[in-house]
Design a protein around this ligand. Structure first.
Ligand code: DON
Length: 313
């Protein structure tokens, strides 16, 4: 692989193409999520990666323009919406500590009286969705709107088949929502919250869209695409902090060790990572590791930061 320090040959575009070739032997080591039946239909060998920089560079490789299921990556945009709406109010319902447990863990929530550890585990995300339902009946639409204005893009939509498939099988999330209701963490009916959350998770965008939409997190909250302030700079810092400490579930520590950037994953196989002051990078590869993060996507990000020198650490 080319080295950024080795001279004029280096370009982000070459680097992404090299990474795409380099990760190929790792295909087959992970498993596509199938607990949401409709997600199991995806081609496991898909691979797309895109980078956008504050200098105005934008490059992509592979299936970088193909929409895929954002799933838990939407929790990032949900958190931005909640913080933008009510400032610190959301922290009265949800904590900001790493969980060290699976994203859909139930027992800890019950033991901790319905207080979710952070907004990125499912319990916390359901509480954030409930909070946003107080603002709009169409939470997925609200989120798609944020992605579009942040990234200066027009596409993206809810995959209704994926939404229905998850709504029909979301027994664990319904159990979590009922525990949240018992403890007064959510206002709306548990099933309504889960249905809204499943629609939000079924949003589809490409990695190019995603990298563009995450760029404000690297740019003190400003979108160079729409020329709008998406969030105050202090909020961008806080969201990055929560991603750094909670974004990759019980692999957050090893991900920080390997990649060293705030990031958020989803069981659709996407990961978006932010390098404050430099840019944003997104990757999609549907096969997951045992925690539910993209296996090849993590390797690709590791190669990217090693070669591009992007790290907050
Ligand atoms: O709630 C779920 O199980 C899915 N809609 C999202 C989970 C997810 O993406 C976890 N991320 N790696």
């Amino acid at each position: 692989m080319r080295n950024p320090q080795s001279g004029s040959e280096f370009s982000l575009s070459h680097l992404l193409d090299d990474i795409r070739d380099h990760v190929r032997p790792a295909f087959g080591r992970g498993r596509v999520a199938d607990y949401i039946p409709e997600l199991a239909r995806v081609d496991p060998r898909k691979f797309g990666m895109a980078v956008v920089t504050l200098d105005g560079e934008e490059v992509g490789t592979g299936d970088c323009d193909e929409p895929f299921s954002l799933q838990s990556i939407t929790k990032l945009f949900a958190l931005i919406l909640a913080l933008n709406r009510g400032g610190d109010e959301i922290w009265t319902r949800v904590g900001k500590e790493p969980s060290g447990t699976a994203f859909n863990h139930l027992a800890i929530l019950e033991a901790e009286q319905g207080a979710p550890r952070n907004p990125f585990v499912n319990a916390g995300a359901l509480a954030v969705t409930d909070y946003l339902m107080g603002r709009s009946a169409d939470v997925a639409g609200l989120m798609a709107g944020l992605v579009r204005v942040s990234g200066g893009i027009s596409g993206g939509q809810v995959n209704e088949a994926v939404a229905l498939s998850e709504q029909a099988t979301a027994h664990q999330n319904r159990a979590i929502a009922h525990i949240l209701k018992v403890h007064g963490t959510i206002d709306h009916a548990p099933d309504a919250v889960v249905d809204a959350y499943c629609r939000q998770c079924a949003l589809e965008f490409s990695v190019r869209d995603l990298a563009r939409a995450a760029l404000p997190l690297a740019a003190s909250g400003f979108s160079p695409f729409s020329r709008e302030t998406i969030m105050p700079a202090r909020l961008a810092r806080r969201v990055n902090a929560v991603m750094m400490t909670c974004g990759m579930y019980e692999s957050t520590g090893s991900f920080a060790y390997r990649v060293g950037l705030p990031a958020k994953s989803g069981v659709g196989g996407g990961i978006v990572a932010v390098a404050p002051g430099r840019g944003a990078v997104a990757v999609w590869s549907p096969e997951l590791d045992r925690v539910g993060n993209s296996l090849v996507g993590t390797i690709a990000l590791e190669l990217f930061v090693q070669n591009a020198g992007w790290s907050v650490l």
